[in-house]
Design a protein around this ligand. Structure first.
Ligand code: HEC
Ligand code: HEC
Length: 260
């Protein structure tokens, strides 16, 4: 019996059953698509900061974001988003933010436009000057520091996280920090950092490029200007929004499916 003959031989009763199953399947698939469409619309229409507090929207965002993060972000930020010091990528799970306070809207902005990524909207308000060069900073006339001064200011920065090696040098470094070096201008008078320009906190023990003496010395002598690519328009608005809510939620709770 060929398949066609098999269909013809179905009794009217079985035909009805087959039709019913077919209609049910179509309704199910259509319903699912409509639900997803409505959910995606809700995520896009919502204020990203409010969506974080809405359990249903947050769960949807996390589900959409996880595979996108694995495919697009983990290569630089690490599988769990913990950062890779050799690449100068920040830990995205620790609640410590270079830019802003970790609100989803702020994170979304960084993902869309990047950091020093070249675009008009990209974050590019400051970079770390290279103090061992003749012209440490392109944007402002900041004077170079001598090798001895760089050593002193390195000792001062070590001391900020409780690791004084040479108190006299650290004392001279403190004066350079507030004076000739101009460090206070970007990192703040108490080295607490400035999240409006992406200048890191230097006293919290969290390091973008490494916190041992050699890494701190290299940051000061050679400068730093990490680049985060812009993902607009590589990612859809829904993917970007979902990533921002996911990262904001995970920085507040390691299990972002639960309450932030
Ligand atoms: C090519 C490497 C690279 C890729 C890919 C990348 N990033 Fe980044 N990202 C960086 C670097 C480097 C920085 C830090 C830049 C700096 O020094 O200020 C950064 C910074 C960030 C920040 C700012 C964190 C803060 O503390 O304010 C966020 C948020 C971020 N990345 C999210 C993402 C997301 C989400 C993706 C995937 C869509 C992604 N990144 C992909 C390199 C990358
Ligand atoms: C014009 C602003 C500016 C000035 C002045 C400045 N910094 Fe920075 N500094 C930054 C920025 C921005 C970064 C982060 C660079 C990046 O993300 O790539 C940074 C990074 C650093 C880092 C690396 C931090 C880490 O987490 O790895 C150290 C250390 C540092 N600065 C120390 C100093 C000291 C000491 C001085 C003074 C001698 C100084 N900075 C002056 C803007 C500045």
């Amino acid at each position: 019996m060929t398949p066609a003959e098999g269909w013809r031989r179905l009794s009217p009763c079985k035909w009805r059953l087959a039709c019913l199953l077919f209609v049910l399947a179509v309704l199910l698939i259509g319903g699912l698509a409509a639900w997803r469409h409505a959910r995606d619309g809700d995520l896009l229409r919502s204020d990203p900061d409010k969506a974080l507090a809405d359990p249903a929207l947050r769960e949807s965002a996390v589900a959409i974001a996880r595979p996108v993060f694995a495919g697009r972000c983990a290569g630089c930020h690490g599988d769990a988003g913990q950062g890779v010091q050799a690449l100068g990528t920040p830990d995205l799970t620790d609640g410590d933010w270079l830019y802003g306070t970790g609100a989803p809207g702020e994170i979304e902005y960084t993902i869309r436009f990047g950091i020093r990524a070249g675009g008009r909207h990209s974050w590019n308000l400051a970079a770390m000057p290279a103090y061992a060069t003749l012209r440490p900073y392109a944007d402002e006339p900041i004077p170079p520091l001598t090798p001895a001064e760089i050593e002193d200011v390195t000792q001062f920065v070590l001391g900020l996280s409780g690791r004084v090696e040479n108190a006299a040098a650290a004392g001279r470094g403190a004066i350079l920090y507030q004076g000739k070096g101009g460090c206070f201008d970007c990192h703040g008078a108490s080295a607490e950092g400035d999240p409006s320009i992406g200048a890191p906190n230097l006293r919290d023990g969290i390091w973008l490029f490494g916190g041992n003496k050699a890494a701190i010395h290299a940051s000061i002598a050679r400068g730093r200007a990490g680049v985060m690519p812009a993902f607009d328009p590589l990612l859809s608005p829904l993917e970007t929004r979902s990533l921002a809510i996911f990262l904001a939620a995970r920085a507040r709770n390691p299990n972002p499916d639960k309450a932030p």
